[in-house]
Write a protein that binds this ligand. Structure first.
Ligand code: PNW
Length: 488
């Protein structure tokens, strides 16, 4: 497509932005909410940079009306948010009516503003009480999750149609239980494998129950997916490195959901590096589990941030390795990544040290569409994509502004990548920028800002960044204009 013509989005394409409960709500111990694993983890020395926590965050719990009004002014058609299990069922068990009431008011406010609520049930904030009983390493947690989901449906099912079970189960299993980087901060491959299975089980049985209650619901899951490229496409060791990263990041979740089976090559790799962990995993997979996990869904959410360039050989020039945010040791979140090296290919990088690679999104969507979604009649949405930059607040003609030119380009380039995928026949129906607001960026605390809206954490004042202004213009035009419009 020529760079000089305007590129329009199809009429059914939805533009939105995403957040997650723990990252924005604050009010961590109000109205009956109790600790989640992130409240506990963020209080462990060295777990989160500057010892930041989610006690106040963006104070969205109190400011949600203003935030919805802001979304409306920005022209968002849909808003992807998550509900906090520890607000709704503070001990993992009994219902807290005040917690449910918050989400009921939020949904009403969104509907009033004509914004489609896109609800995610689990964005990593497991009640600490359930972690103390084993968290996602035990099967019981999957059952508790389904009960919590049904409570939410009791409360909101009359007004919310789109239900996402889990956000990025790779993060809440391997990054959390095997790599020590996310709550609960454990370092066990076996725990990572068990957690991934029980998360998927919780997803599958929840879809089954919700479907049985109401066949008109739009049900799905959001995965963080990547494009793993071999450093040398003709080198067998590099090709094998790419196979293993693709397998552990993408196929370990896509295959059970879409095909009812874990990928046998990765199962064999897990067994090779840790036979005891593989045995524990096999013992945890009970008859019927994969059938539940592969219950038909309507929507697959794809979260895409960056690709990987991997090799079986040590790089000549080492890439700028992403420093861990704190002194807490981290381990690889890939149990079977022995002998895999990440290489540098000269793409620009964000301050997260993540490569900016929009064409990877086109390739990812095309591959997921052809191999998984299309055969299963599942619709694709990009449910997260965004970048942290070192934004500066300036005063321009008396007005507070954030001239985040890099993020403006980032959004435009990734929207163009989606149009490229559509040109290749991929049915991708929406885009959610991550994130609406600067917020609590997990182990990075408040240091990394992903928002198209700046948050001043002292005053809670919101300032729409140039990227937010540009996004609004794109939404209003429902098209990408040929040249970057100078921000005004
Ligand atoms: C996602 N990784 O997290 C989450 O869904 C958001 O809550 C988060 O704020 C956003 O992306 C930006 O980080 C990820 O290490 C965290 O590959 C880490 C990774 C991927 C996604």
């Amino acid at each position: 497509m020529s760079e000089n013509s305007e590129r329009a989005f199809p009429a059914n394409f939805l533009f939105g932005a995403a957040t997650a409960a723990f990252q924005i709500e604050g009010a961590a111990f109000e109205d009956g909410r109790r600790a989640s694993i992130w409240d506990a983890f963020s209080r462990e020395p060295g777990a989160v940079i500057h010892a930041d926590n989610g006690d106040v965050a963006c104070d969205h719990y109190h400011l949600y009306r203003d935030d919805v009004a802001l979304m409306k002014r920005m022209g968002l058609q849909t808003y992807r948010f998550s509900t906090s299990w520890s607000r709704v069922r503070p001990d993992g068990g009994d219902l807290n009516p005040k917690g449910v009431d918050f989400y009921s008011r939020l949904v009403d406010e969104l509907l009033e503003a004509d914004i489609l609520p896109w609800l995610t049930l689990y964005h990593w904030d497991l009640p600490q009480a359930l972690q103390e009983r084993g968290g996602w390493t035990v099967r019981e947690t999957a059952d508790r999750f389904t009960e919590y989901a049904l409570d939410m449906h009791d409360a909101l099912g009359d007004r919310v149609n789109v239900w996402t079970t889990l956000n990025e189960p790779w993060c809440s299993s391997f990054l959390s239980y095997a790599a020590g980087i996310h709550a609960p901060g454990h370092y066990s491959d076996a725990e990572g494998m068990l957690a991934a299975h029980h998360l998927l089980l919780g997803h599958g049985q929840t879809v089954r129950e919700l479907r049985a209650r109401d066949s008109s619901l739009n049900l799905g899951i959001t995965l963080n997916l990547t494009v793993a490229d071999p450093a040398d496409a003709n080198d067998p060791a590099d090709i094998d490195a790419a196979r293993r990263i693709d397998g552990q990041f993408n196929r370990w979740f896509l295959d059970p959901i879409f095909r009812g089976a874990y990928p046998s090559d990765i199962m064999a790799d897990f067994r090779r590096v840790d036979a005891a962990a593989a045995d524990a995993l096999q013992a945890a997979i009970l008859p019927g589990d994969l059938e539940a996990i592969s219950t038909a869904i309507d929507t697959l959410g794809v979260n895409y941030y960056h690709g990987e360039l991997v090799s079986g050989h040590a790089p000549v020039v080492p890439p700028p390795v992403g420093e861990a945010p704190t002194d807490r040791p981290g381990r690889s979140p890939f149990p079977a990544s022995d002998g895999i090296f990440w290489h540098e290919r000269g793409l620009p990088r964000t301050p997260m040290n993540w490569e900016v690679q929009p064409e990877g999104l086109t390739r990812l969507l095309t591959r997921v569409w052809r191999e998984y979604a299309q055969p299963a009649e599942v619709t694709l949405y990009v449910t997260e994509n965004g970048a942290a930059y070192d934004d500066e607040l300036v005063v321009d003609a008396g007005e507070p502004r954030v001239h985040d030119a890099e993020r403006v380009e980032f959004v435009r380039d990734h929207l163009a990548a989606i149009l490229d995928a559509q040109d290749a026949g991929v049915d991708v129906r929406g885009y959610f920028y991550w994130s609406l607001l600067d917020n609590f960026e997990w182990a990075w605390g408040y240091e990394k800002r992903f928002g198209i809206v700046r948050v001043d954490y002292d005053t809670q004042v919101r300032t729409v960044k140039d990227s937010g202004r540009e996004y609004s213009r794109i939404i209003a035009a429902r098209a990408l204009a040929p040249h970057a419009v100078p921000a005004s």
